[in-house]
Design a protein around this ligand. Structure first.
Ligand code: SAH
Length: 216
């Protein structure tokens, strides 16, 4: 697959559209401008890779989140260089690369072996060698590398998993879409102390569901 001038032009246009929709974090926009999103999609959908409001199928019945959703969640997370970030729902690996491009130390988890394997190859191919990816159940998080400065959940969670709150640093932030129906409320969870959180509910989004453990 190549990253042609056409693709680069489409990405520039996408960045302009995201700015018009309120995305202003420079690091987020630069990462989206740089990463060839079409590399993460099946051939059949290549031409649609740079539409801001389109989510597309990837393997295992899952989807690559739409660019606006990736931009919105990443801007909310406000990742800083060298912060330790845990992502739940590696999927295509696109969101992971956006975070790695911004310079965080990324740990990402996926419950489908096939998606985990594909994403791992993609990270190597694109040169994101610092991303640590794991096959496992995101409801449990990844305690071995905790605590994390930030946690980003990219699937619709039925509730805020306590294990993830436990693995956040005090002062740390989690961005998580909460809701078990067809829509979720984008939610931020600020860990104010070992026992207190401040939860803020924002706008509605649509994600594939966060599901319990599964070995395949
Ligand atoms: N960040 C991804 C979004 C993929 S969709 C991207 O940029 O493409 C969400 C992903 O979350 C799916 O791949 C799904 O399999 C995964 N997922 C759902 N429940 C999970 C769980 N309990 N643990 C880990 N991953 C999960």
């Amino acid at each position: 697959m190549v990253d042609s001038f056409k693709h680069q032009g489409l990405r520039r246009k996408l960045v302009t559209q995201l700015k018009e929709k309120g995305i202003e974090n420079k690091a987020v926009l630069e990462a989206i401008d740089k990463i060839p999103r079409h590399f993460f999609m099946d051939n059949a959908f290549l031409d649609f890779a740079y539409q801001d409001d389109k989510a597309f199928p990837i393997s295992c019945g899952q989807t690559i989140s739409q660019p606006y959703t990736v931009a919105f969640q990443t801007q909310l997370l406000d990742p800083q260089k060298n912060e330790k970030v845990l992502e739940i729902g590696t999927g295509s690996g696109y969101q992971s690369c956006v975070l790695a491009e911004i310079g965080v130390k990324l740990f990402t988890m996926e419950r489908f072996r096939e998606l985990h394997d594909q994403a791992k190859k993609q990270f190597e191919r694109l040169g994101y060698k610092t991303i640590k990816s794991f096959f496992g159940d995101g409801f449990k998080g990844h305690p071995a590398f905790a605590p994390y400065d930030k946690i980003l959940v990219t699937c619709g969670a039925p509730m805020i998993p306590q294990a993830l709150v436990d693995q956040l640093k005090v002062g740390g932030l989690m961005v998580i879409p909460v809701g078990s129906g067809s829509e979720q409320i984008m939610t931020t969870v600020l860990k104010k102390s070992a026992t207190e959180t401040e939860i803020i509910e924002l706008t509605k989004f649509k994600f594939v569901p966060m599901l319990a453990e599964k070995s395949r």
